[in-house]
Write a protein that binds this ligand. Structure first.
Ligand code: AMP
Ligand code: MN
Ligand code: MN
Ligand code: MN
Length: 277
C-alpha cells in the first residue's frame, strides 16, 4: 500500500493548494493520502474531494504544535479526525491565535540583526495569514539572499537558539492528544528524528503520550534518513505503537523525498492505516 499520512498545503506552510498536493500524490502512485496542515483543517474538504475523484483513499488530518517539558516543540499528527468537532476546532483556533504576535517578534529580532521587513515579507508568503510560520520567514530570507535554501535559514537564523528564534507556548501534549482522540482520531508522533531528546527523555515522552491515549509514531519520515528507521521501528515495537509512513511534503524540492516516495515500513510493524480504513 503506497500510503502517505503527512503533508501540507498552502493553508499552512506548504506551497501548493490542496488540489495540487492531491494531484501530485496521485501522480506518484499514492493510494491512501491525508492532509495534515499545521493547527488548521481548512484544506481538508477540498483535498478529500479531489483525492476521492482521483480514486485515492483519503483520511482527514491535522498536525498540532505542542510544547513539552523543557521548552521542546513536538508535533502530533491527528488522523481520522472529525474536523467539525467543537473541542478540536476551538483548540486549533487557540493554538493559531498565538502565531501573529510571535511572527512580529521574529520580525523585530531579525530587524535587530539588520534584516528589515521580514514580518511583512513572511506575511506575503503566508497564504493563510492565521498560519504565518517560520517556513514563510525562511522563504522570504532565501528570496533576500540571506541563505542558500530553507534548511540553511533554519540553521543560521530561525532554529532553536538562533537570532530569529522566539520561544513560544503551543498546546500541551495532553490537550493535543485529547482533542484528537475526542474528535474520533488517532494521535501519532510526527517526525521523531527531529527532537532533541536523549533516549531516556524519548522514553518518558512516549510513556506520557501513551498515557493520554496516543497510538502511533512516524517510523518513516523525511526528517530522518533510511539508516535511522530501525531506531524508530524499535520504539514502535517496545511501546506497542502503530507505525506511520509520512513524507511531511511541503513543496517540490524542499526535502530529500517527495509524496509517496519513502520506502516500505518494516514488515513486522502494524501500520496506522490498519485501523483507519
Ligand atoms: P513553526 O510552526 O512556525 O515553528 O514552523 C515550523 C516549520 O518549519 C516546520 O513545520 C517545518 O515545515 C519547518 N522547519 C522546521 N525546522 C526546519 C529545518 N531544519 N529545515 C527546514 N524546515 C524546517
Ligand atoms: Mn511545516
Ligand atoms: Mn512538523
Ligand atoms: Mn508537517
Amino acid at each position: 500500500m503506497n500510503a502517505d499520512m503527512h503533508c501540507h498545503s498552502y493553508y499552512s506552510d506548504g506551497l501548493l493548494s490542496p488540489t495540487d498536493v492531491m494531484r501530485r500524490a496521485h501522480a506518484h502512485g499514492v493510494e491512501l493520502i491525508t492532509l495534515t496542515d499545521h493547527d488548521e483543517t481548512a484544506g481538508v474538504s477540498e483535498a478529500r474531494d479531489v483525492a476521492t475523484e482521483l480514486g485515492m483513499q483519503f483520511v482527514n488530518g491535522v498536525e498540532i504544535s505542542v510544547t513539552w517539558g523543557n521548552e521542546q516543540t513536538i508535533h502530533i499528527v491527528g488522523l481520522g479526525i472529525d474536523v467539525y468537532n467543537k473541542a478540536l476546532s476551538d483548540g486549533l483556533e487557540a493554538v493559531r491565535g498565538g502565531r501573529e504576535a510571535r511572527a512580529m517578534q521574529i520580525g523585530d529580532q531579525l530587524a535587530r540583526e539588520g534584516i528589515d521587513g521580514a514580518y511583512e515579507g513572511a506575511m506575503r508568503h503566508a497564504r493563510n495569514p492565521a498560519l504565518v510560520s517560520r517556513s514563510h520567514f525562511a522563504r522570504y530570507l532565501v528570496e533576500r539572499g540571506m541563505a542558500k535554501d530553507v534548511k540553511a535559514v533554519f540553521s543560521q537564523w530561525l532554529g532553536t537558539g538562533k537570532p530569529g528564534y522566539v520561544s513560544h507556548q503551543w498546546a500541551t501534549l495532553e490537550q493535543a492528544v485529547t482533542w484528537i482522540t475526542g474528535a474520533g482520531g488517532m494521535a501519532v508522533v510526527a517526525h521523531p528524528g527531529r527532537y532533541w531528546l536523549e533516549h531516556k527523555e524519548m522514553e518518558a515522552f512516549l510513556a506520557e503520550f501513551k498515557s493520554y491515549g496516543g497510538r502511533g509514531i512516524e517510523v518513516l519520515s523525511s526528517s530522518h534518513k533510511p539508516d535511522k528507521v530501525e531506531i524508530f521501528a524499535d520504539y514502535a515495537r517496545r511501546f506497542d505503537l502503530l507505525a506511520s509512513r509520512a513524507s511531511d511534503f511541503h513543496a517540490p524540492g524542499e526535502s530529500w523525498t517527495d509524496l509517496g516516495k519513502l520506502p516500505d515500513l518494516p514488515r513486522d510493524l502494524k501500520p496506522v492505516w490498519s485501523e483507519l480504513i
